[in-house]
Design a protein around this ligand. Structure first.
Ligand code: C2E
Ligand code: CA
Ligand code: CA
Length: 631
């Protein structure tokens, strides 16, 4: 450009070239052009540089993009794998947001919530209420997961049951992003089968496969438990070691299969002879063990022994053939014979050998003293049976007096056993045994019939219209025939049943209260009066006083004794009288032995008194004389 300009200047301005001004002008122009040229060259260099840089950046961007695409692909793969894993899991998995909304759940989760897959809508809001509705014991579950309420970072593990009786194990872990808690994941695993298998295994480990009875392991466990309980409650535990007599013969003649059937039937028979709570187990072979706990009296064990021996009196049928089998029983009692399960069983086993030695089909106690008691008890039972058949019982009568005026208002019939002309046995010596062996039912029947006969014989005498009270055992009350028998006796003898009074102890209320209420209502419908005997010594619950219609409360003798001297007895007697008065029930004090006692009772408002001070129980003849003298 400068060169072209120079040439043009030389061509057109050659004449002016000598002029300094023109020279300067040309030089300036040349400078401007030079500067322009330099700037242009600089620009060109800069452009070249930028272009290279851009190329480089472009290349690196391209590289980054490729890397990102690869990463994205990898991420997609991971998410896909995780989703597949999530859905393939048989565990119910839930992801909860911070505000307890289920953000995500898998197929098993949907099933867990009992939502049918067709109804499931991913966009619907599912709250944790849906989850909680599935849990059976919400209170316990809430208690178990309490930790996460205080500590959102907590990872917890536990178990719950569902409303449809399934068992679940759960894990709950927090979801944290950059240190921020954003929710919680719950995994719930159905362990119902595991639990059932565990229970089955446990059952198998503790039970005999043939009879399904507890085996030695469980028997030892149960026995140790029973012993420690009896220690605490001061009761006895009896262990009966039962061994079948000549069982080998059955196996040898009828075969093992029939032998097994026999063992199963024997076990069922023994079970039927036991009370609820008694345990029968099989130690193996033909050896069984029975645990009887919570007893106070060896008489109870004697009764069970007798029942078990009696079970074998009924024949067993094997392949339509009749077999009579028997067994030998050995008895150990804790704490007297041993305080350890193994030792107690060993001692019962030793006693069983004694039973075998003395001819089989019998029982023996480890402690010889108890054998004597057992013998006496069995003897007493057979003598009582005879006494019932031979009409060896008699009644004595003890009058009751209105404390206000001293008038006789009734008599209590008290049974005695005239065993021989010289030997009169008191009820305390045979009634408890009769209650244990069930003979009390026959005795009570005799008693009610005798009372009816007595009333008939008193008609048209000075004794007519004297109420007779009878002591009725709690056992009679659990007998469904009792009221029918009483009613038929009343009808048979045509007596005025409003003159009959039944004295019942509070122990009747240990039985089914509804049945007791019904029995009492039936008796009352026949106008029979009801009295609660020995009041204050049983469980004296106000509930039954409210629920049952009674006529008399009879204060137990132990409170009446020295009531004028003993401050506490006085307070109790006074309170019972108050309760009676407030309920509109007459209060009877039994066992009045002195004038001082009688006067205090009268002063406190007690209605009726009975006791040696006024009259001892006397026979019928003496009673007649006593009453006639007072007329
Ligand atoms: P229970 O029903 O408490 O009868 C009162 C007992 O106290 C009677 O004894 C009576 O003789 C006695 N007794 C009466 N007044 C006094 C007294 O002032 N002081 C003392 N220390 N005792 C007195 P019993 O006749 O020996 O009868 C004892 C228990 O036998 C009766 O106690 C009753 O539970 C039961 N019993 C009596 N007869 C029968 C009956 O026919 N059937 C049933 N199941 N039990 C009966
Ligand atoms: Ca009584
Ligand atoms: Ca009494």
């Amino acid at each position: 450009m400068i060169r072209i300009l120079n040439r043009l200047i030389k061509k057109h301005l050659s004449k002016l070239s000598a002029d300094q001004g023109v020279k300067n002008f040309i030089t300036d122009i040349e400078d401007v052009f030079k500067q322009q040229k330099e700037e242009k060259e600089f620009m060109e260099r800069t452009l070249t540089l930028s272009f290279e840089e851009l190329n480089q950046i472009n290349a690196s961007l391209k590289e980054n993009l490729a890397e990102n695409r690869e990463n994205h692909r990898k991420l997609e793969k991971i998410v896909a794998k995780q989703n597949a894993l999530f859905d393939a899991s048989t565990e119910a998995v839930f992801s909860f947001s911070n505000d307890s909304v289920i953000e995500k759940m898998n197929q098993a989760g949907i099933e867990f919530l009992n939502i049918s897959p067709d109804e499931y809508d991913e966009n619907e809001v599912h709250t944790c209420d849906l989850f909680m509705a599935r849990i059976a014991n919400v209170d316990k579950f809430n208690h178990d997961i309490d930790e996460i309420r205080h500590n959102s970072d907590a990872r917890i593990h536990g178990f719950f049951d569902t409303v449809d009786s399934k068992h679940y194990e759960y894990y709950s872990v927090p979801e944290v992003v950059d240190g921020d808690f954003i929710g919680r994941v719950w995994c719930c695993r159905d362990i119902t089968n595991i639990r059932e298998n565990e229970a089955l295994l446990k059952h198998q480990a503790n039970h005999d496969a043939l009879t399904d009875l507890p085996n030695r392991v469980m028997i030892l466990d149960a026995l140790n438990h029973a012993i420690s309980l009896s220690n605490r409650h001061n009761t006895l535990v009896g262990v009966l070691f039962i061994d079948l007599d000549d069982f080998k013969k059955i196996n040898d003649t009828a075969g093992h299969h029939e032998g097994d059937r026999y063992l199963i039937e024997f076990a069922q028979r023994v079970k039927s002879a036991l009370k609820n709570g008694d345990i029968i187990g099989r130690l193996g072979g033909d050896e069984f063990v029975v645990i009887v706990e919570g007893i106070n009296d060896v008489l109870d064990i004697i009764q069970i022994n007798e029942r078990i021996l009696a079970l074998c009196e009924k024949p067993f049928y094997i392949k339509d053939k009749k077999y009579y089998m028997s067994c030998s029983v050995g008895v150990g009692i804790s704490p007297d014979d041993a305080v350890d399960a193994e030792e107690l069983i060993r001692k019962a086993d030793m006693a069983m050998y004694q039973a075998k030695k003395s001819g089989k089909n019998t029982y023996h106690f480890f402690d010889d003293k108890l054998d004597k008691i057992a013998l006496e008890s069995v003897l007493l039972e057979s003598q009582l049976r005879e006494a019932i058949n031979n009409d060896e019982f008699i009644l004595h009568f003890q009058p009751k007096f209105e404390l206000e005026n001293g008038n006789i208002c009734g008599v209590e019939a008290l049974i005695r056993w005239q065993k021989t002309p010289e030997q009169l046995i008191c009820p305390d010596d045979f009634i408890p045994a009769a209650e244990k062996n069930g003979l009390i039912r026959d005795i009570t029947y005799w008693l009610v019939e005798k009372a009816c006969k007595t009333m008939v014989s008193w008609q048209n005498t000075s004794m007519a219209n004297i109420p007779i009270s009878l002591n009725i055992s709690a056992l009679d009350f659990s007998d469904l025939n009792f009221t029918t028998q009483v009613a038929s006796l009343i009808d048979q003898y045509q007596i005025d049943s409003s003159l009959l009074e039944f004295e019942l102890t509070e122990s009747i209320f240990f039985d089914d209260i509804v049945q007791v209420q019904q029995t009492i209502a039936t008796l009352k419908s026949r106008k029979i009066k009801i009295s609660i005997d020995d009041f204050g010594t049983g469980f004296s619950s106000f509930a039954y006083l409210r629920d049952i219609d009674i006529d008399y409360l009879k204060i137990d003798r132990s409170f009446v004794q020295n009531v004028h001297q003993d401050r506490k007895s006085h307070a109790i007697v006074k309170s019972i009288i108050d309760v009676g008065i407030n309920l509109g029930v007459e209060v009877v004090a039994e066992g009045v032995e002195s004038e001082l006692e009688m006067n205090l009772l009268a002063a406190e408002g007690c209605h009726i008194g009975q006791g040696y001070f006024m009259s001892k129980p006397v026979n019928e003849k003496a009673l007649c004389t006593f009453i006639e003298q007072r007329l």
